[in-house]
Design a protein around this ligand. Structure first.
Ligand code: MLZ
Length: 269
């Protein structure tokens, strides 16, 4: 049987505190998800946010939707909350004077877009306007403090929401560090990102939550950064920049056994 992660126990054993609710741009009560797989809606193209496309609900998880842009491939699915400002009922774009666009990487000739759109929408199950929820306002400033715990989307595995810690705070950004994963999935994001949630949000919303990883888990209990190790530098060029570059190759030292390496190097091994 599914055992929800015991945050109370974990906060105690890690001697840490949860980031308070008012730090987050999230609804006090997670929104109800009445979307069904197969429903169509309008979504901003994540790779080209100036265009509005047709999307299909591929999966639902708690208050989140896995979306795929019609006419795109199945390698660029993305997740949105049902109270995201980036999704709307079909018709919204045209009502606001816009035109639906083919997604970036449209798999057909651009000239076939009008007919593709017609066929896509003909007889489709459209998500009704009433199941879209208004995006919460969120805080007007970055109120996070280093060391606070939260739940955060793993951007490399975006279906996952995981146990995390505020590793650093700089201007409008926070460094989200995933407990027990040695930094491999960490990233910087704005304080009002929709990808970060207060402790307990998954349990409350019926979304699965990933417990801390096992890598260096002994350290997970005491993983405050020592003052001697500086926090990573936040990205300045792009908020989407992947800050987790692959690890550098191991350093190899060659020592000629006929030479003396000095008193500190044992050349007999
Ligand atoms: N399958 C992956 C999942 C890692 C998830 C980490 N989340 C912070 C792995 O085990 O590497």
């Amino acid at each position: 049987t599914y055992q929800p992660f015991d945050w109370d126990e974990y906060l105690k054993e890690s001697n840490s505190e949860a980031a308070p609710l008012h730090c987050f741009k999230q609804a006090v009560n997670p929104p109800i998800n009445d979307f069904k797989v197969g429903m169509k809606l309008e979504a901003l193209d994540p790779r080209n946010v100036t265009s509005t496309c047709i999307a299909t609900v591929i999966n639902v998880l708690g208050p989140r939707l896995r979306l795929r842009l019609d006419g795109s491939d199945n390698k660029n699915d993305f997740w949105r909350l049902v109270d995201s400002s980036e999704i709307h009922a079909i018709g919204h774009c045209e009502k606001s004077g816009g035109m639906l666009q083919p997604p970036l990487g449209f798999r057909m000739n651009a000239s076939s877009w009008p007919m593709f759109l017609l066929k896509t929408l003909n007889g489709a199950e459209m998500a009704p306007a009433k199941i879209f929820q208004k995006e919460p306002l969120g805080p007007g400033a970055n109120l996070f403090v280093v060391g606070q715990k939260l739940e955060a989307v793993d951007k490399k595995n975006p279906q996952l929401i995981c146990c995390a810690t505020v590793g650093a705070v700089k201007n409008d950004q926070i460094h989200v560090t995933f407990d027990g994963w040695r930094g491999a999935f960490d990233y910087w994001c704005r304080y009002d990102s929709r990808d970060i949630f207060p402790v307990g949000w998954c349990a409350k919303s019926g979304h699965p939550m990933q417990p801390p990883g096992q890598k260096n888990h002994a350290g997970a209990r005491f993983r405050m950064r020592p003052a001697s190790i500086p926090a990573p530098i936040p990205p300045t060029e792009s908020l989407e920049a992947d800050t987790s570059a692959p690890p550098p190759p191991p350093i190899v030292i060659h020592i000629r056994k006929t030479c003396s390496g000095g008193p500190l190097i044992d050349t007999t091994q």
